[in-house]
Design a protein around this ligand. Structure first.
Ligand code: HAM
Length: 425
């Protein structure tokens, strides 16, 4: 039997049910904030990510799935959505003299070492806002994610870590100071950090290696290099978050793994998932649009790692999500077409109700067993007697009570007792 490719996961029906709840909830919050959906391709020119995410990042250096198109172009499966989003909006002139607030969802691909919460194909829902320079949009994006945690019942299980990187000139000056400090001490660094000293020195700040951490104690601080404008932007953001009642943990070592960030960066982190605890991350990237060839446009956004949010949801809300079926329709051989009509009427009249018609015959006892196993709240039985009386027997599988009713009365009964399916619409 051919197996799945390492790091590419299957989401099987039971997990997919929870997945649906999570995705549905996040998308509902995004729509409540009036963000508009955008669909982006899975494949882009490799150059987009090399220029956008950064040549020296782990993502571009060693994690992209890159292939040659038949005509020799180098294409890559998208490792993230921000660069594509900038490309799409610029290419279609949608950043010119206007603001945009958009969201996207779908799989991303990175050749990382697979482990719990880290996959080679993973799913993000991202939100991006363009054309807003002030800290109010940073606050809105953070509050949007916060509203998602609240709606998912995860609010007490995630915390917000926040930092500012300053303008890119400040970051450049700091980068030089950090390299000047670490270079003479390079032999004391771990090998990963030593390599990063040449390529991406700021990433050394979030090294977890003990001896590297010790060296960093005395290193120059990024905060000392942050320019006054950026500092003011950050202070105002902190005020707004405080007013909104969002707890913040300042993390001066938070630098993020993608090169395009300026000013605000943030991560939502949980302690409930082990090593892969970042469930959502983002920040401001005021230089990216111009860097990719568009007109300078301030921008900010975030992406949630849905695989991780689903894992967290499972850890916190251990009860199974609701069953996949609401009404299970059982029937005897001669009632096949009546059962078909009843199922159809139920789907039509009670929009959102999930109606499964029994397949494979058998007596009512066997069919009711299937109905129970499906998790349905209701079973409808149509046999010889019901057929003669133009009726159905409706069984409430929760209470065990049953009653023979006309088709419309049966539907009315379901409607009056069980409105939960309506929330799904
Ligand atoms: P990122 O930090 O690379 O940022 O990814 C965002 C989130 O995607 C992570 O916090 C994590 O939850 C999830 N994620 C990343 N890699 C994996 C993986 N291998 N397996 C499972 N989940 C993963 C970005 O992608 C930026 N584009 C976010 C952004 C949007 N910044 C501004 N706008």
């Amino acid at each position: 039997m051919v197996q799945a490719v390492r790091g590419m996961r299957d989401v099987l029906p039971l997990e997919a049910r929870r997945w649906q709840t999570v995705e549905h909830t996040v998308l509902r919050v995004l729509r409540a904030f009036a963000y508009e959906e955008i669909h982006l391709p899975l494949l882009e020119f490799t150059e987009l990510f090399a220029r956008g995410v950064g040549e020296a990042t782990d993502i571009v250096e060693k994690e992209m799935y890159t292939l040659a198109d038949r005509d020799g172009d180098s294409l890559s499966l998208r490792p993230e959505g921000t660069a594509s989003c900038v490309r799409a909006l610029s290419e279609h002139g949608l950043l010119y003299n206007q603001t945009q607030r958009v969201f996207y969802s779908g799989p991303m691909f990175r050749y990382e070492k697979p482990q719990k919460g880290r996959y080679r194909q993973f799913y993000q829902i991202g939100a991006e806002a363009f054309g807003f320079a002030g800290p109010d949009i940073d606050a809105e994006l953070i509050l949007l994610a916060h509203a998602c945690w609240q709606a998912l019942g995860l609010r007490d299980h995630v915390r917000l870590e926040l930092n500012t990187l300053g303008a890119s000139s400040a970051r450049q000056a700091y980068r030089e100071a950090l390299v000047a400090y670490l270079m003479p001490r390079a032999s004391d660094l771990d090998s990963d950090s030593r390599r990063r000293l040449q390529t991406n020195p700021l990433r050394i700040l979030d090294s977890k290696v003990e001896k590297t951490r010790a060296l960093l104690e005395e290193a120059p601080r990024l905060s000392e290099y942050v320019d006054a404008d950026s500092q003011a932007h950050f202070s105002r953001l902190l005020e707004m978050l405080e007013e909104a009642g969002v707890d913040v943990r300042l993390n001066p070592n938070l630098v993020r793994g993608l090169d395009y960030y300026t000013h605000t960066v943030f991560e939502w982190v949980t302690d409930d998932l082990g090593a892969q605890g970042t469930v959502c991350a983002g920040g401001r990237y005021d230089g990216l649009v111009a860097q990719l060839g568009g007109r300078a446009t301030p921008a900010a956004g975030f992406a949630m790692g849905i695989d991780r949010v689903v894992l967290l949801h499972e850890t916190v809300h251990q009860q199974q999500p609701r069953a996949a079926v609401d009404l299970y329709v059982c029937y005897s051989v001669e009632a096949l077409s009546a059962a078909g009509h009843f199922s159809e009427a139920a789907r039509r009249e009670l929009g959102g109700l999930r109606v499964r018609q029994h397949m494979g015959g058998g007596n009512f006892k066997k069919q009711l067993k299937r109905a129970d196993a499906s998790g349905a709240r209701w079973a409808a039985l149509i046999g010889e007697n019901e057929l003669a009386a133009n009726a159905v027997t409706l069984k409430d599988l929760k209470s065990g009570q049953q009653e023979t009713l006309s088709e419309s009365a049966a539907l009315e009964r379901i409607r009056s007792v069980d409105r939960s399916h309506e929330q799904e619409r």
